[in-house]
Structures are given as C-alpha cells and as structure tokens.
Write a protein that binds this ligand. Structure first.
Ligand code: NAI
Ligand code: MG
Length: 359
C-alpha cells in the first residue's frame, strides 16, 4: 500500500531543512521498501507570496488526502505587515484544526553527545528521555465565549472559557496510556484540580481510563509543581499528559532542558494516527538562506512519522541511530557546536545522516 506524504517546506529555513529530511526519507523508503510517495505543497509565507493566502484551499485539500504531512516552518518579519488573518502562522493553525490534530507529542531527549548544551547540570539531565502529550484542539485556547467586553461602569474586561468534555479528555488519555506502554509504562497527568473544576473532571477521566491499562502506572501532579519538578528532577517523568495551555508552557520548558531547539521533533495526531510532523523550532529568519540551520529536528520528525503514522518502527529506529552516529562523528551545526567539534552546514549534516544510513 502506498503511503502518501505531503511535504510543506513553508518559508525561512523551512525549505533548507526539509530538503535534508526528504533526502533521508528517500533513502529509508528504498532500504525498507516503505512505498512512500511524496508530493509538495505551499504553506505559510511561501503561500502568501504565491497566492495571497497562508493556507490555500488546494493545500488543505492535499493535506486531507495525505496520510501524513511533513512540515518545515513558517513565519517571519517579511509578513509582519500582512493582516492577522493572512499571516503565515495562521496557515499552521488552519491545518491543525482543519485536520483535527488533537494530540501533540513532544519528546524531550538529551543526546549524551550534547550533554553540555543544557543549562542544567549534566547529572540532572543526562539520559533524559521524556514525552509530553499535549491536548491541542480544546481547552482555554478554543473555549467559547471569549472576548473583551465593556462593563456598565465603562471598564473593560477580557475573558476566555476553559472547557473540556469527557470525550476530549478520554481520547487524549488513550493516546498517553498507549504510548506509555511502549516506554516505561508511567503516565503523570498534570492538572490544577485544587482550583479549576475542569481539571477535577480531567483527573476523574484519567483515573477511569487508567483502569483499561492496568499495566500502566498513573500519577497526578499540579501544574505549578510540575513546572518546578521539570527543572529540579526531570528524569522522574516518562510520559506527561496535559491540556492545551499547560502543555504549551511545559513542553517549551521541557524542550529547553535539552538546550538545543535544533534537535527537537514533534508530532500532531488525529484519532486515526494520521499526523503532521514538524520541528519544534520556527522559521529562524535570522539565519534563513545561509545554509547553516540544523536539519536534525526535521529529520527526527520524519522518524516520528514513520513510527506513529506508518508503524514502521525499524525504519524510524534506523534514522534515529543515524542521527546519533553523526553526533558520534563529532559533526555539529552552529547551534550545537562546541570547542573541538567539526562545524558543518545544513547540507553536509543531511549528507552525513544519509551516509550513516547507508553504512
Ligand atoms: P525560531 O525557533 O524560529 O528561532 C529562535 C532562535 O533559534 C533563532 O535564533 C534561530 O536562529 C534559532 N534556530 C531555530 N531553529 C534552528 C535550527 N534548525 N538550526 C539552528 N538554529 C535554529 O523562533 P522565533 O525567532 O521566535 O520565530 C521566528 C518565526 O518563526 C516567527 O515568525 C514565528 O512566528 C515563527 N514560528 C513558527 C513555528 C512553526 O512554524 N511551527 C514555531 C515557532 C515560531
Ligand atoms: Mg508555544
């Protein structure tokens, strides 16, 4: 069966890093006989420039037809003057909600070769391998009503609604529990149930779903404590599951434990494990066009795609091993470079991963 992958390079460093990930995908496609068929589409600034819209109808249609999407990055000062609804970043939000990608997976993995890159002590972070599962299409970012209104006394008041239904909580819980099964079988659910009713329900539903996974250990933590524990002793966690806003904040915090934004992939999945895969970083307009961006986060996102959407664990493992191999060869892009290492550009890094795969 063919696997249809839509590639959306976006803008900024997007096209540069995507080119390397596509090289890598082509190699594993052949070696593991995956039957992947790639097509390309316009998104973000590239689409704004060509069509006036960040998410052209044809791109959304192609995304719906595809089994998976590999995305570079979008956004930048070039489009600052474009009206908000047509900004490149809107294209991204449009795809996420258009495809109902409710489960955002963000691993924070510290490669031992890069232990120095973290601002935390090596003994606190070395060997770190945690996975944050963030609900992406509900919670306070989407709740209605919302807005800014003027009160009778003339004062303005801003308001948002924090709401989760049982079914929304249940489906993200299943994602977290089944992923935990493939890891060390521990889930920590993050809430604020001492203050917020919506997360009292969150905690209840987590407990209910946990009964279907007797082999997985469930614990709970308040979000303020979790923020603290992530920098105090992050290795106590395996899978963390939380709502949209807490997940937004905690996943950025967790990413920085590893110190290197250029290394972190992500996945956003729908109920059928169809997904969009992209690096955690943005379009890095400050270095775009210079051939120095780190392509490894995008290459690792392609590995996540093979694992989660296509169930091709061995091919995913091969990519991840190749990435580790190039780090062992002391090859480093500028963002992860340190004294004594060999500095390479985007293409050379991609070529090195390809060579490691062909070993
Ligand atoms: P950014 O992640 O693009 O860049 C932050 C810093 O990290 C910059 O100094 C950049 O050079 C560096 N960096 C990022 N990725 C790198 C890589 N692969 N290799 C080496 N260095 C890398 O975040 P920033 O500057 O806040 O945002 C720039 C634009 O990207 C904005 O328009 C923002 O809206 C957009 N953005 C897009 C995202 C996406 O497409 N998913 C996510 C985050 C931001
Ligand atoms: Mg964020």
């Amino acid at each position: 069966m063919t696997k249809k992958v839509l590639v959306l390079p976006g803008d900024g460093i997007g096209p540069e890093i995507i080119a390397e990930a596509v090289k890598v995908l082509n190699v594993v496609n052949q070696r593991f006989d995956l039957g992947i068929e790639l097509s390309e589409g316009l998104l973000g600034g590239a689409a704004v420039d060509a069509t006036g819209l960040p998410l052209p109808e044809s791109t959304l249609e192609a995304a719906k037809q595809a089994d998976a999407i590999l995305l570079g990055a979008v956004g930048g000062p070039k489009w600052d003057k474009v009206e908000t609804a047509k900004r490149p970043e809107r294209g991204l939000l449009g795809i996420r909600s258009g495809l109902k990608l409710f489960a955002n997976l963000r691993p924070a993995i510290l490669y031992p070769q890069l232990a120095h890159a973290s601002t935390l002590k090596p003994e606190v972070v070395s060997g770190l391998d945690i996975l944050i599962v963030r609900e992406l299409t509900g919670g306070i970012y989407f709740g209605q009503p919302r807005g800014i209104r003027t009160l009778e006394n003339g004062e303005k008041e801003g308001f948002n609604t924090y709401v989760y239904s049982e079914s929304e909580i249940r489906r993200i819980a299943h994602v977290a529990f089944s992923l935990a099964r493939q890891r060390s079988s521990r889930v920590c659910s993050i809430d604020k149930s001492n203050v917020l009713e919506v997360t009292v329900l969150w905690r209840d539903v987590m407990e209910e779903v946990a009964k279907e996974y007797p082999d997985v250990e469930l614990s709970h933590m308040y979000v303020d404590n979790a923020a603290m524990q992530l920098v105090r002793a992050p290795k106590q966690f395996d899978v963390l599951v939380t709502g949209n806003m807490f997940g937004d904040i905690l996943s950025d915090e967790a990413a920085m434990l590893t110190g290197s934004i250029g290394m972190l992939p992500s996945a956003s999945l729908d109920i059928n494990n169809k997904g969009m895969y992209e690096p955690c970083h943005g379009s890095a307009p400050d270095i775009a066009g210079q051939g120095i961006a780190n392509p490894l986060a995008t290459i690792l996102s392609a590995a996540m795609m093979l694992r989660y959407t296509f169930n091709e664990g061995s091919a995913a493992d091969a990519i991840e091993k190749a990435v580790s191999d190039v780090l062992d060869q002391n090859l480093r892009t500028a963002d992860i470079w340190s004294e004594g290492m060999q500095k390479v550009g985007t293409q050379a890094m991609g070529d090195a991963v390809v060579a490691a795969l062909q070993q």
